[in-house]
Design a protein around this ligand. Sequence first.
Ligand SMILES: Nc1ncnc2c1ncn2[C@@H]1O[C@H](COP(=O)(O)OP(=O)(O)O)[C@@H](O)[C@H]1O
Ligand SMILES: O=C(O)C1=C[C@@H](OP(=O)(O)O)[C@@H](O)[C@H](O)C1
Ligand SMILES: [Mg+2]
Length: 173
Amino acid sequence: MRLYLIGMPGAGKTTLGRALATAYGLPFRDLDHEIVRREQRSIAEIFAAEGEAYFRQREAAVLREVVAELPRLVLATGGGTPCFHQNLDVLLETGYTLYLHAPLEELVRRLQRGAASRPLLAQAGSPEALEKRLRETLDAREQFYSRAPLRCTGLACTVAVVQRLLEQYRTSS
Ligand SMILES: Nc1ncnc2c1ncn2[C@@H]1O[C@H](COP(=O)(O)OP(=O)(O)O)[C@@H](O)[C@H]1O
Ligand SMILES: O=C(O)C1=C[C@@H](OP(=O)(O)O)[C@@H](O)[C@H](O)C1
Ligand SMILES: [Mg+2]
């Protein structure tokens, strides 16, 4: 199977995705990492040198490459992935998509340290500015995220919880 994790930056897609891949004995891929590997430069460098539109094109192309290459995997996407270039359709048509949801205050707490490597958040200096930025981003993206058939909320998104959700979904559909 293919299992895709979508959701806001800081929601824990990369962290949980890796753990789920181990639990299921599936290969793990992180879409940002796949882009970095192909481009031989960091996400921040790509944004700085080429701008967001270029990053979104690469993201869409690399997503399709990874999906075509691997019929079995857990894939952690980037926060914006489902919102551009019909990427969400690709996800919905080729695997199980889980929306990993976390409260805004929790995202702010987690991202305060790591914002520099996330170029869309790097300019937000204060925690208040970061929260505002995240809230606006979530408002714009919720319409995409909420189309995922699976959703896990808050800090309860453990491997065991996701395994149970997926099991229920697979037997009911
Ligand atoms: N369940 C969790 N509880 C507490 N901190 C977490 C949890 N999942 C991830 N984190 C931390 O939050 C930050 C963002 O996690 P990450 O997996 O990179 O999220 P994403 O890929 O969705 O942006 C990291 O510092 C990570 O260690
Ligand atoms: O939300 C976004 O638009 C982005 C999120 C990042 O991934 P994470 O969600 O893993 O931080 C990365 O793809 C890029 O910086 C853009
Ligand atoms: Mg990530």
